[in-house]
Design a protein around this ligand. Structure first.
Ligand code: GLU
Ligand code: ZN
Length: 500
């Protein structure tokens, strides 16, 4: 155990976002690699937009990815664990009030009586003059008598933090040396609104200071906030933590990842059958690499190899195709029983949507795992890959049954001949090897290309041109159903020729 303490601080104002999951993962990786502590804190001060449903979505989503936290709210209920609580900002309001009092008493912050109209007028003036907008310091030097006069008028006051002139410099673990002149920060900034609500820059620093956070690992979109945070850490008399700003996640067009252009909710990926092993592996590679060719890595392997200073600066494009590929790779690595278990909810969803007629048992699904395991980019693809097994009759387009080099008569003849040969073999000989031998011999005797015959049979019994291997598929379907589907398709193909 080291004293490394890292945290994520999501706001429960939306479902768990891919970017939040990636930030959580990198914090988790660093904490686990270093033997430190990973903390989850909820920034729920935006009362109007925060909901319990979003909170649950975030906690459940992180939990589902296997990113357990050591301190913070419990997964299911309200009970927290850890000695630095509370871990919800709304339960920490007295702590912010006390910190604000300290800054005020030390004159590191002051009361600002400007009304929204005053500030708006000043902004307009600066705009017209082509000046960058900044608080002009109207209330920075009010004396006690002036303050008393403003208060006598009934004016309420916000609290502003004094931004000291000079340069703030820090060594970001990812981005290297960063320097920002405090004149670029827009002047003294509000830390507590007139209605008493503490603002983000203030609460995040009070929390990080009081929770003894050693490393702030977060998205690059926060880089420009860091100088303000450093000034606040110093003013609160706290050691400044180390910072690591992770590269932005980008849409394929290299703009910042957005809901409009990419699927951003982790839930949606899970609902489509992306598995946690693949999501974690993929997210880890969004901004980090092992420096080798290795790319399929389990969470514990990533923990062992993770190095915060090896994180890239360049934005990382979210490439859904690559994620699908990686998901397929991970599905192949699952234990067959585990895969069968994970497929069942997706089959049940297909049943509810009427895509299949019945929910197969675990054993039935387990039996077809060898046929489908290498063919699933997602768990949700199971209906496409094997749904024909669980319907009374697949939808068969007779035109699709006819192979390119065949006409309808040959196709009907081929299906009938296949049916007769399979039936003649009998149910006892109904296995993949026997079927293949029988049907190849049939093609040979009739002078057909085996591929044409097989394609006609494939579409006849499944309705699809791409399926798991044909003979195994027929076995999975069973003797009786195979024969019945061949007869039905044969008749459908014959009807193609019937006069209209
Ligand atoms: N609520 C902020 C976010 O999720 C926290 C930022 C931070 O880590 O400082 O973006
Ligand atoms: Zn003011």
């Amino acid at each position: 155990m080291t004293d490394v303490r890292v945290r994520i601080a999501p706001s429960p104002t939306g479902p768990l976002h891919i970017g939040t999951a990636r930030t959580a993962l990198f914090n988790h990786l660093y904490a686990r690699h270093m033997g430190g502590t990973f903390i989850l804190r909820l920034e729920d001060t935006d009362v109007a937009r925060s909901t319990e449903a979003f909170e649950r979505d975030i906690l459940d989503g992180l939990h589902g990815l296997g990113l357990e936290w050591d301190e913070g709210p419990g997964v299911a209920g309200r009970d927290e664990r850890g000695p630095y609580g509370p871990y919800r900002q709304m339960a920490r309001l007295p702590l912010y009030a006390a910190a604000a009092e300290r800054l005020l008493a030390a004159d590191l912050a002051y009361r600002c009586y400007c009304t929204p109209d005053d500030l708006e007028a000043e902004r307009k003036r600066q705009d017209a003059a082509g000046e960058p907008s900044r608080y002009p310091g109207t209330c920075a030097a009010l004396g006690p008598a002036e303050r008393a006069a403003l208060e006598a008028q009934g004016r309420s006051s916000a609290l502003r933090f004094r931004v000291t002139p000079g340069v703030v410099a820090f060594d970001d673990i990812v981005r290297g040396h960063v320097e920002i002149d405090t004149s670029a920060l827009g002047g003294d900034f509000v830390i507590v609104r007139a209605d008493g609500t503490p603002l983000y820059h203030f609460t995040v620093v009070v929390d990080d200071a009081e929770m003894a956070i050693t490393h702030v690992i977060r998205g690059e979109d926060h880089l420009s906030n860091t100088p303000k945070h450093i000034l606040l850490f110093r003013a609160l008399g706290h050691q400044v933590p180390a910072f690591a700003h992770l590269p932005l996640i980008l849409n394929p067009d290299r703009t910042k990842m957005s809901k409009r252009k990419s699927q951003t909710a982790v839930d949606d990926y899970v609902a489509q059958g992306f598995i946690r092993e693949a999501l974690v592996n993929y997210l880890a590679l969004l901004g980090w690499s092992t420096g080798t060719e290795e790319e399929i890595l389990a969470l514990d392997e990533i923990v062992a190899r993770f190095d915060l200073s090896a994180v890239n600066r360049a934005g990382a494009v979210f490439d859904r195709e690559r994620l699908e590929w990686m998901n397929g790779q991970w599905i192949r690595r699952l234990d067959p029983d585990d895969l069968a278990d994970r497929l069942l909810p997706f089959l049940d969803a297909d049943r509810i949507l009427g895509r299949i007629d019945r929910l197969p048992s675990h054993d039935e699904v387990r039996a077809i795992v060898p046929l489908v395991q290498e063919r699933l980019p997602t768990l949700g693809a199971i209906g496409d890959v094997a749904g024909f097994l669980f319907v009374a009759q697949p939808a068969v387009d007779p035109a699709l049954v006819v192979p390119k080099r065949w006409d309808t008569a040959t196709t009907a003849d081929g299906l009938e001949a296949a049916r007769a040969a399979i039936e003649a073999n009998g149910e006892v000989a109904f296995d993949a090897e026997g079927l293949e031998a029988t049907l190849r011999a049939l093609a040979e005797v009739r002078g057909w290309k085996a591929g044409d015959l097989f394609m006609a049979i494939r579409v006849a019994v499944t309705g699809r041109t791409a399926t798991p291997p044909l003979f195994e598929t027929l076995v999975a379907l069973g003797f009786g159903r195979t024969l019945a589907r061949l007869v039905r398709a044969r008749d459908l193909v014959r009807e193609l020729d019937a006069p209209a």
